[in-house]
Design a protein around this ligand. Sequence first.
Ligand code: 6PG
Length: 245
Amino acid sequence: MAEPTLRVFPNIQALSQAVAEDLGRQIRQTLEHKNRFSLALAGGNTPRAIHEHVAAQFSKTLSWSRVHLFWGDERYVPHDHPSSNYRMAQESLISRIDISPHNIHGMPTDALDPEDAALAYEATLKEFFKSEPPSFDLMFLGMGADGHTASLFPGTPAVQEQTRWVVPGQAPVAPAVRLTTTIPIILQARAIYFLIAGKDKAETLRSILQDPDAPAKYPTAKIFASAGAKVTCWTDESAYPGSRT
Ligand code: 6PG
């Protein structure tokens, strides 16, 4: 299996600018031969600056009416909660671009039972992709210092899910209850961008890139190993000291 591509930038701002420019290219090129572009957003903090660069550069120059936004995972809190991944994207991207609410497919977090919400989101994906393969044109993913990605935390049942596309997840940090896409649907994406910055990620990223046993330990490594050439790891020198793009 071909290796992921590693792109190292001096800092988070340079990384964010580069990812934003690449996203603009990806959307433009895809829309030349497809009628829509599906982007799955990552949660956490790293994507915020990327979203802001995207909005600053492309709010007026991209066909946002043909772009559909999804989430790779969500904290099981209201969309206006400070910890909500939806809220982070709303603040840093959605509120700054001209995109229809019909194109924004947030993970539902208002069902009493997260299981019902997971089933509902899987139905949303099936409705969107219909008879086509469920392949996001591009999926953003982050990585925690423990090697988790989306809300696939090491040692949790969600990591082992091989059939369902969306399941409830358990996090060792609050908010503990999550919704997450699973490895089968993540691996279907046409392209996967890991957004990894900060020195707290350095030890784990090095292990993932060097340790042959990493896929058994870290969900991020499992995706690196399985998705190979579809993965581009966008990182900064704090997370990957040494070489630079
Ligand atoms: C979440 C995420 C999670 C995140 C990583 C990295 O809901 O928290 O989707 O997988 O991407 O924890 O988070 P930072 O970008 O904040 O380091």
